[in-house]
Write a protein that binds this ligand. Structure first.
Ligand code: NAP
Length: 482
């Protein structure tokens, strides 16, 4: 089989916050897997930068431990050593002046330069300013920024303005790792490379859409951050919004960054304000040994939501009348991220009432077990008349594609390599992020103004009862979280 690895030009990648949780759990293991896949240029430089006083050897030890713990793949000591040989480390303070000259000496002006801001957003401005001030970032350098991108519209605008002082939009890569998932891209292929779905992809044929991102974990060590954010800011404004965009957007004229992002932006701008009775917020309660949300964040009066379900509408010709139901939460029954497109029933039941009502459902699963299934109705095989059953048609095609399925890069691997290639298609543009906040802000201001308190739900459940009612009132049901 011809190699499908697309080579990337030699690069210098600086990971600010190179000693932090994200670098250790995601970025370093992702780079290692690209190395194993043969995509890492032989003379790439991967430079960790943070305040901790480490040297190259100390950073390599940190990276080795991180890769062993979080990397999954064990390819042997020799290969790991070869990878670690690409790593360097610079001690610096984003807000100070020491270390920056040392970083400048390491950066090669004739290579692709990328700077990953794996630090809190409060440091983005200081980093951008120093990269510029010390003459480190060349005119084609790229910066990668993590969520959260702002806390509301005003702070997101301020952040965009700060970055824009030193970098052009074409240099800024705002990561949403959901967009790096294989299935998310497959969704675009299924929608836009087949004639089959597109004619049905509208309110005439789609009954409703459900987007669920359920986690089993609580807020863990992120309590202080999370309690200021809540599920709406932490998940809906970015991840669920991006998934909604990919489902709802018009076909772009080309699969190119701005063509795709223009279409996503139109969707966000077409979102109607959410009515208060279409929002359910929840907070997990203690169950046995599992502490409650309020215990986890150490605030007995917290009114931050660890769960949210809402119904919204995309107000345009394609989607007028088709509701989008979004739901996300912590300490739920199972860890699931899924989009389900539920088509309408057949208009006329020729098999009679007893055959029951059936509707096709396209489900796009991001985790666990990434894949797509289309539920179709067929005759139950065998004698006994015309009995209908629903069966899932596996659209992952693992068998047809054989071993090609195995070397699918994970989200962070793909996205980091896209940065090196200069492809912004799977990254959020500044105006998209602002539009998402412009929709989110009034929703939050609404419940704050009303003094709404989240409904308790049992850890390990599907969320508060009211979330079920949100669907029942419309004669619909959530898909099971499992
Ligand atoms: P973290 O574990 O607290 O790491 C922060 C990193 O920044 C450390 O390497 C720290 O190292 C460095 N740092 C802090 N202050 C600094 C300064 N003044 N100058 C230079 N370096 C400094 O945080 P994280 O979880 O890795 O998160 C990093 C960013 O990614 C945050 O914006 C977070 O919201 C975002 N994010 C994280 C995750 C995740 O899974 N962890 C997921 C999505 C988004 P020193 O103390 O050695 O300086």
């Amino acid at each position: 089989m011809v190699s499908r690895i697309i080579p990337v030009a030699s690069f210098d990648l600086v990971i600010f916050g190179g000693t932090g949780d994200l670098a250790r759990r995601k970025i370093l293991p992702a780079l290692y897997r690209r190395f194993l896949a043969g995509q890492m240029p032989a003379d790439a430089q991967l430079i960790g930068a943070a305040r901790s006083p480490l040297d190259d050897a100390g950073y390599r030890t940190l990276a080795r431990e991180a890769i062993v713990e979080f990397g999954g793949e064990q390819a042997g000591e020799r290969r790991l050593d070869a990878f670690l040989g690409l790593l360097r480390y610079v001690t610096l303070d984003a807000r100070g002046d020491s270390g920056w000259d040392a970083l400048k000496r390491l950066i090669r002006p004739d290579r692709v330069q990328a700077f990953y801001f794996s630090v809190g957003p409060g440091l983005f401005g200081a980093l951008a300013e120093r990269l510029h001030g010390y003459g480190i970032a060349g005119p084609r350098a790229r910066i990668v920024v993590e969520k959260p991108f702002g806390h509301d519209l005003a702070s997101a605008r301020a952040l965009n303005a700060t970055l824009a002082e030193h970098f052009r939009e074409a240099q800024i890569y705002r990561i949403d790792h959901y967009l790096g998932k294989e299935t998310v891209q497959n969704l675009m292929a299924v929608r836009f490379a087949n004639i089959l779905f597109e004619p049905l992809w509208n309110s005439q044929f789609v009954d409703h859409i459900q987007i669920t991102v359920a986690e089993t974990v609580g807020v863990g060590g992120r309590g202080a951050y999370y309690d200021r954010a809540g599920a709406m800011r932490d998940m809906v404004q970015n991840h669920l919004m991006q998934l909604l965009c990919l489902i709802a957007m018009e076909p772009p004229s080309r699969f190119e960054p701005d063509a795709v992002r223009d279409e996503k932006l139109k969707v966000i701008r077409a979102l109607e304000e959410v009515a208060p009775h279409h929002i359910v917020r929840g907070q997990y309660a203690r169950r046995g040994d599992v502490p409650s949300y309020r215990e986890d964040v150490d605030d007995a009066r917290s009114t931050t939501e660890s769960f949210i379900a809402l119904k919204c509408h995309v107000s345009n010709w394609r989607w007028a009348g088709t509701p989008f139901y979004l739901r996300t939460g912590k300490r739920l029954r199972a860890r699931v991220s899924e989009i389900a497109v539920i088509f309408k029933d057949a208009p006329h039941l020729i098999f009679g009432q007893e055959a029951g009502r059936h509707c096709n459902t396209l489900s796009i699963r991001l985790q666990p077990d990434e894949g797509m299934t289309l539920q179709v109705t067929i005759k139950e095989p065998g004698p006994g008349g015309m009995r209908l059953i629903d069966v899932p048609l596996d659209m992952t095609f693992a068998e047809a594609l054989g071993d090609q399925v195995e070397d699918v890069p994970e989200a962070y691997e793909r996205l980091i390599m896209d940065v090196m290639r200069g492809d912004q298609t799977l990254f959020m543009r500044g105006d998209e992020v602002e539009a998402a906040w412009a929709w989110t802000d009034p929703v939050i201001a609404g419940w704050e103004g009303r003094g709404d308190v989240p409904k308790p739900y049992e850890a390990g459940s599907s969320g508060p009862e009211d979330a079920l009612m949100l669907m029942h009132r419309d004669g619909r049901r959530w898909r099971e979280i499992r």
